[in-house]
Design a protein around this ligand. Structure first.
Ligand code: 1GP
Length: 239
């Protein structure tokens, strides 16, 4: 069902909730705003844990009917209260734990759960600053001018049977993934293309949509100003 949501026509806006960067009051407000402003679903996850992930999902579910999809920074961020999980394999890196090791650890739990699995090739691209993903995963991002390597990585992910590709500049990136890079990947893969990291203005969204992104993920900008969701979702819907 959620795999088909990703494949369905029309671009989507995902609001990223990092439980480590919000409190219950702010969270409730962001969720309510997202719900009435045209967001399509929530992604929940982050680098560190400061609150039980179940509690965060409960608050989201109490305030919205939109799907909740896990975006786990580690195996400690799995919860049966969500609807689905992006099973991320960090294919830009060469750290076996993030390529397959954590997946093996989590597989029995995931199999027993009702979570729908969305296998995702996670590609970290240099966004001009050192991000939490880079530090926590102990992997290097692909330089942003290496279009051929980014594209080959995405193609390899598709050939391995992954269901989606996520081009990630990292939360709070100085530069979001460029239009040129998104377009190059789009030209070479058919699976849904998720793009996130450092998107903070309408031009970023327009560029990503024009270049072929299917799903836009925004966290930081909405943490600061949830009111931006409406305008951004209108751009996504009309592109
Ligand atoms: C991070 O792509 C997401 O994993 C969102 O990034 O927080 O910069 O919007 P921002």
């Amino acid at each position: 069902m959620y795999n088909s949501l990703f494949k369905s026509k029309g671009k989507k806006l995902a609001v990223l909730i990092d439980p480590g960067k919000t409190d219950n009051i702010k969270l409730k407000n962001t969720v309510k705003t997202a719900d009435k402003s045209g967001a399509d679903f929530f992604l929940v996850g982050g680098s560190i844990i400061s609150q039980n992930i179940d509690k965060t999902i409960e608050i989201i579910k109490d305030n919205s009917d939109l799907p909740v999809i896990l975006f786990p920074g580690s195996i400690y961020q799995l919860s049966e209260k969500a609807d689905a999980v992006l099973l991320l394999s960090l294919i830009s890196g060469r750290n076996p734990d993030f390529l397959i090791g954590n997946h093996v650890t989590a597989a029995p739990f995931l199999k027993k759960s009702n979570l729908e699995i969305i296998s995702t090739g996670y590609i970290l691209i240099d966004g001009g600053n050192k991000t939490s993903v880079e530090y926590m995963s102990n992997t290097k991002p692909i330089p942003s001018d290496k279009t051929d390597i980014v594209t080959a990585t995405a193609v390899a992910g598709e050939m391995l049977g992954l269901s989606a590709v996520y081009l990630e500049a990292g939360s709070g990136a100085l530069m979001s993934v460029s239009k040129e890079l998104i377009a190059a990947v789009k030209e070479n893969v058919r699976i849904p293309l998720i793009v996130g990291g450092g998107m903070r203005n309408k031009q970023n969204i327009l560029d990503a949509c024009d270049a072929g992104a299917n799903i836009i993920v925004i966290g930081t900008a909405f943490e600061k100003e949830p009111e931006l969701i409406k305008g951004f979702s209108e751009i996504i819907r009309s592109s």
